[in-house]
Every structure is written in C-alpha cells, then in structure tokens.
Design a protein. Structure first.
Length: 220
C-alpha cells in the first residue's frame, strides 16, 4: 500500500499588476514539490522563452484539434490568444502525488474545478484598490497607455468573479500576502482527503515515508 498523498491543483488568479507572479515564484522557490503547470498557447514565444518550459507553443489549428479531441482540462481566450491545460498531464500529476501551480484566470479555474472538483483550490490575489492597481501598472513603464486601460477593464471584470474562489488574499504588503498564501497551500496539502493514504498506512503498520510537504519554517 502506498502512503503517498494525492496531488493538489493550486490555482492562483489576479488582475495584471496585483503581484501574483511574484508571490507564486516565491512559493515555488520554497516548495520543490509544487510544480508549475505548463500550458499550451497559440501566442508566439517571447525572447528567452523555451517551448515546454514556459509554454507549449502551438499553432491555432493544432489548438483547435486539441479542443475538438477534448484534450484540455481547461482552456480560455485571454488578451487575444488561447491557452489550455492538458487533461492527461493533470490526471497523471494527481495520481503521482504531484502538486501543480496554475497561473490562470477565473475561466480556467472554473473549468478545472468542474473536471477535478475535489482536487482544486482557487486563490484570488486582490489589489488594495483599483487606484493602486493602476499606479502599479503605470509604474512598470512597459505597456502603452491603451494596453493599461485594457488591463484595467479586464481587472474590473475579473474582480466580479471573486465569489467563485475559495480564498481571497489582499496584496497590500508583499510579505504578509506571501505568508497567507503559504499558509493556505500548507493547510490544503494536509487535508484529510489528501492524506488519507498516509493514515491508512499507519493503521496497517507501515511507516509514513512521504507526507507531501515540509514542516513549517522557523519564525524569528
């Protein structure tokens, strides 16, 4: 009998500029067992991106064939490009006890939860205010004014779907927001449903070899 826990699908969403990427990068850096879910996309690679690392880059015709073949756990049109997650890769990760981190919007999160209802945790990173979000976007100096306006319109739409999420974290202070995100992840990995194999292993006289998450770090 294996005592390995069942994997977790950890979805983190936020409007552009709310700090999601920074928080997720920090979480992955602390927990090696949390792997980034690599999506398929029809957009072109950006400088420095590698096929199979950041994304699987495919042409629109190939993406459409995958949709027709029901190969995606979720897919959505975002900023003019389509993105999707392989259902086969997700199922394999869950069965292997691998935790996957998803950087997708509410559309993808909704589809993922419909296909894997007991395995998905949805977290929304909220900016302190729309005014602060706009300030962050403009301070980047990377987007044209019309792009920023579009991102703000999308942000307002995304915020209307907050009730679909399990947790909401306000990123008014990066360290505090990270501590909350980390706490959510650790708590979800030790839910009874995911650690039941370990409990059954103890009852049968086996020694637990893998609880799926490291002990909390020391504070102070």
């Amino acid at each position: 009998m294996s005592n390995k826990h069942r994997g977790l699908l950890f979805v983190v969403s936020s409007p552009s500029g709310a700090g999601k990427t920074t928080l997720c990068t920090r979480l992955r850096g602390e927990y090696a067992q949390l792997r980034f879910s690599v999506s398929y996309t029809t957009r072109s690679p950006r400088p420095g991106e590698v096929d199979g690392r950041e994304y699987f880059f495919v042409d629109p015709a190939t993406f459409t064939e995958m949709v027709t073949g029901d190969e995606f756990a979720e897919y959505a049109l975002v900023h003019g490009n389509t993105y999707g997650t392989s259902a086969a890769l997700v199922s394999e990760a869950l069965a292997s006890g691998i935790d996957l981190l998803f950087d997708i919007d509410y559309q993808g999160g909704r589809q993922l939860k419909a296909k894997f209802p007991g395995d998905v945790v949805l977290v929304f990173i909220l900016p302190p205010s729309l005014a602060e979000l706009e300030r962050r976007l403009r301070s980047r100096n990377t987007d044209a004014p019309e792009v920023i306006e579009r991102r703000l319109r999308v942000a307002r739409d995304e915020l209307r779907h907050y009730k679909e999420y399990d947790y909401i974290i306000v990123n008014d202070d990066l360290d505090r927001a990270y501590d909350v995100l980390r706490a959510v992840y650790v708590a979800e990995t030790v839910r009874c449903a995911r650690q039941a194999p370990a409990a059954e292993a103890v009852l049968s006289g086996q020694q637990i070899l893998d609880m799926g998450v490291r002990p909390p770090r020391e504070v102070g």
